[in-house]
Design a protein around this ligand. Structure first.
Ligand SMILES: C[S@@+](CC[C@H](N)C(=O)[O-])C[C@H]1O[C@@H](n2cnc3c(N)ncnc32)[C@H](O)[C@@H]1O
Length: 479
């Protein structure tokens, strides 16, 4: 067998990032391996356990191979027709072709596998995965990109139509940072969001407004960010541009208000930098207050265009409920909420404990957190600006903050810096609740905490991102 061969494979199991795993006999390979294992693993993205597929060999490494799905000969049970016509081309959803019950089953098995096999953990409880109530239209924020390089789908190419490929507003094609799929419908946010997307496209396309080019760094349009509230009717449109054009922005804003009266605020973020981030150096509000309000549990949160906020609002309440349930607070605890963002967990647990300190490195998130505490009349919280890639013990010492009884940590995908893990060990809380959107780095960090005297008691995956392979997991450790 060699690179480029198309072979038939039966998918046996599900791996990291939703890839299908097939196992073939090593005797079928040309290269010799010293391993006593007679089977060789081949990863096939977009294939599910039970599929029989034709796949093209892309890479044959010593311990595993990678192949591209060419044809499904016999589909696995649970494969379904995707809702979205862009499925398979768009980078937004990857598992719309899989029944939701199976999405959940594979996510749960994946977490268990990571903890057992990679983490080497035994004797801990696994609570069943918590499903998301909404499996479509669950996101409260979508970030669309403008591009002067429109990606044409195979159907569009086949149609022979003369399509203007110099303007696109939609989502990026996987692994192609400059190519955008022009979409007029997405099932992740809300029907209003689709209306905004289409009115925006028509408005700028008919005016031939130039799109910002990542090559020449000229052009005006960069991103369209839409945020909506799950609990109120607040709806924000944020146009990210490379410069100010007050007249055009006013016209755009009037058109939006006229065509979509549900919109409550319109903002222009001006990003002067070359980097393609949908965050401006400054912003101008064209309509409304410049922010929206949403709720998690009984608490209200003010969200501005660039605030971090959990994207699946309804499921965030459940996630925080699991974390608080794992901690089993008595009411007397001092808690550290590490990586506290806009203070949503800090505020959510404040009523169950004596005092909560949130630690976060982004100043605007700390500012939002303070505003949100005021908004909810909460006085037993405090936010500390701290970079958790460095030791934060000096900050605690300087501010003379009491040591925690419980630590809650919710780091980014990369997990915790070993320095933070060491700091937690030195602070010696009786419980640690670790929330993560990457079970692999979570298991790695929990191993370090285990070496320092903590026992992994239980985990519970929570599905925050239906139709994708992304997994959120909550773990409880006790000293
Ligand atoms: C997954 S979010 C969690 C936010 C919050 N707990 C929530 O539920 O909304 C991770 C947070 O970690 C923050 N962060 C990333 N790197 C950090 C660092 N080195 N030090 C402190 N905070 C950091 C990010 O700004 C972000 O707010």
């Amino acid at each position: 067998m060699k690179k480029g061969d198309i072979i038939e494979l039966e998918i046996e199991s599900y791996a990291f990032e939703g890839k299908g795993i097939a196992r073939i006999n090593k005797s079928e390979l040309n290269h010799v391996s010293n391993s006593i294992d007679k089977k060789y693993v081949i990863f096939v993205p977009h294939a599910y356990p039970g599929d029989i597929v034709k796949a093209k060999i892309l890479r044959l490494k010593k311990s595993y191979g990678e192949a591209k799905l060419e044809e499904i000969i016999k589909p696995a049970e649970g494969r379904i027709e995707p809702e979205c016509r862009y499925f398979g081309v768009c980078g937004g959803c990857k598992q719309q072709d899989l029944d939701y019950t199976l999405q959940l089953k594979y996510k749960e098995e994946q977490v268990i596998d990571v903890f057992n096999r990679l983490g080497g953990f035994k004797n801990f409880d696994v609570e069943p995965i918590l499903a998301s109530e909404k499996i479509f239209f669950y996101r409260n924020k979508m970030e669309f990109s403008f591009s002067e390089k429109r990606w044409l789908t195979p159907d569009e190419i086949k149609s022979g139509e003369n399509i203007d490929s110099y303007f696109a507003l939609g989502l990026h094609i996987p692994r192609m940072f400059d190519k955008v799929l022009d979409i007029d419908e997405c099932f992740l946010q809300s029907p209003e969001s689709n209306k905004i997307l289409n009115v925006t496209r028509d408005f700028f396309k008919t005016r031939k407004t130039p799109v910002y080019s990542t090559k020449t760094h000229t052009g005006y349009l960069r991103n369209l960010v839409i945020r909506n509230s799950a609990h109120t009717k607040d709806l924000m449109v944020n146009l990210v541009t490379s410069e100010e054009d007050d007249k055009l922005m006013r016209e755009y804003s009037d058109t939006l208000k006229d065509k979509i009266p549900e919109i409550t605020t319109i903002i222009n973020n001006i990003n002067l930098k070359k980097s393609q981030v949908a965050v401006g150096d400054y912003e101008k509000v064209y309509y409304g207050d410049g922010f929206i309000f949403d709720k998690i549990g009984k608490y209200r949160y003010r969200i501005s265009a660039n605030s971090f906020f959990q994207t699946n609002t309804l499921q965030a309440e459940k996630l925080y409920g699991v974390a608080a349930g794992f901690a089993e607070f008595s009411g007397n605890e001092t808690v550290y909420d590490l990586y506290s963002g806009a203070g949503t967990i800090t505020i959510f647990i404040s009523e169950f404990v004596k005092k909560v300190y949130g630690f976060e490195s982004v100043q605007s998130a700390v500012d939002d957190a303070n505003i949100n505490c005021k908004l909810n009349n909460i006085s037993n919280t405090e936010f500390v600006l701290a970079d958790l890639n460095k030791s934060f013990l000096p900050v605690i010492r300087d501010l003379q903050i009491e040591h925690p009884d419980v630590v809650i940590a919710d780091p980014p995908r990369s997990g915790m810096n070993p320095k933070t893990v060491n700091d937690i060990l030195k602070l010696s809380p009786s419980k640690i609740v670790y929330i993560s959107c990457n079970p692999a780095t979570q298991a790695r960090d929990i191993n370090l905490l285990a070496e320092g005297g903590y026992k992994l008691v239980k985990i519970k995956p929570v599905d925050m991102f239906p139709q994708t392979y992304h997994i959120e997991n909550v773990a409880l450790l006790i000293k």
